[in-house]
Design a protein around this ligand. Structure first.
Ligand code: PEP
Ligand code: MN
Length: 361
């Protein structure tokens, strides 16, 4: 399905597209203060969670419907567009009925196709079009993310945006939700026309790492950022550790290095050709190595030897890690690659050792 979309109707032409605001809408004063501080800073959309999906019961679960007029007032006063999370059909109904510019599907909801479909049905029946941002599911499942995006497209959503917020990992030490960049990169490869934002707040879980991850996202070609900003993060009722003050946010956006967009310069192309050549060499060498390994397999079969000799295996690993290191390759990297090659070698040799053993021919 074609997921092509234009980010412009929601975010304008500012690069990077900036969506910012508190994790949770907490009070009229908190929201208006944040919105005023973000006005004129390149931000086009004010985010604010009205219903909060909390892991445990008994915490602050959002002000709910009560905060809708505050969001409308913030838009009226600042000219920022407004967006909030729809976790179910009734949230979505309230947001579209009140003319929100965008809704987003949170990570826990994207993981639930029933809920996504119910929200899609509301959006599809809405009188006016609404932009929809779909966060990745909590689990690293690209197909589930794409499925949710497709449900929104089938519901007639034209302004469709994917938001990468990292993936749950048990016991993750550095990030709250490790980014696993290869997943959004694969999404971009498959749907180059689908706008892609990064949410560095939920990836890092920590204000001091937000700008580094934001920079990484831009370096990888993301179109913009959705960042949590709170006038007084320490007192925030949710996600206190990861929210930036408006000043920190402006410092970050002011210091981001912006890659040239669509900048396929000649020198870049030349270097890419070199990489293509290196890869072709690598693959040819690998294929040759596999042939030798198969020859060894045939000899082992003749002599009735096993496929794996642990001493030889250990010796290969050790010596290659050392050789790689002297070429500037970290030993862990060499070991990982050698292990993969070894697995494929052994698979081929085992195939040879077993061939003709099943009474065939
Ligand atoms: C949020 O944006 O406040 C939120 C709850 O995010 P996520 O769905 O990514 O956890
Ligand atoms: Mn949050």
């Amino acid at each position: 399905m074609d997921l092509k979309s234009d980010i412009g109707p929601l975010c304008g032409t500012h690069y990077p597209a900036l969506i910012a605001g508190p994790c949770s809408v907490e009070s009229r004063g908190q929201l208006l203060e944040t919105a005023e501080a973000l006005k004129g800073r390149g931000v086009t959309v004010l985010r604010g969670g009205l219903w909060k999906p909390r892991t445990k019961p008994g915490g602050f679960e959002g002000v709910g419907e009560e905060g809708i007029p505050w969001m409308l007032e913030a838009r009226e006063k600042t000219g920022l567009k407004i967006a909030s999370e729809a976790g179910n059909a009734s949230h979505a109904q309230l947001l579209v009925d009140n003319g929100f510019d965008a809704i987003w599907i949170g990570a826990r909801t994207t993981a639930n196709p029933f809920a996504v479909q119910e929200i899609a049905d509301v959006v599809s029946a809405a009188a006016a079009p609404v932009a929809v941002m779909v966060k990745n599911p909590v689990n690293p499942d690209l197909e589930l993310w794409i499925g949710a995006l497709e449900r929104m497209r089938l519901a007639g959503v034209e302004t469709l945006i994917a938001v990468h917020r990292g993936f749950t990992a048990y016991g993750s030490a550095v990030y709250r939700n490790p980014p696993q960049w290869s997943i959004p990169i694969e999404l971009r490869r498959r749907f180059p026309g689908l706008p892609l934002l990064c949410d560095p707040s939920h990836i890092t879980g920590s204000a001091d790492m937000v700008s580094a991850v934001a920079q990484e996202a831009l370096d990888l070609g993301f179109d913009g950022l959705m960042t949590e900003v709170h006038p007084n993060p320490r007192c925030a009722l949710s996600d206190a550790k990861q929210q930036l003050t408006p000043t920190q946010f402006c410092d970050m956006t002011g210091s981001l290095r912006l890659p040239v967009r669509g900048g396929n310069t000649l020198s870049l192309n030349a270097l890419r050709h070199k990489i293509d050549d290196c890869d072709a060499e690598l693959l040819a060498v690998l294929a040759r190595r596999m042939e030798v390994s198969q020859e060894i397999g045939r000899l082992k079969k003749e002599k009735n030897l096993p496929a794996v000799h642990i001493d030889r295996h250990d010796e290969v690993m050790r010596s290659r890690a050392g050789q790689g290191e002297s070429l500037g390759l970290p030993p862990e990297f060499t070991e990982k690659i050698m292990r993969l090659i070894h697995i494929e070698s052994v698979r081929r040799q085992v195939e040879i050792l077993n061939s003709g053993n099943n009474g065939g021919e």
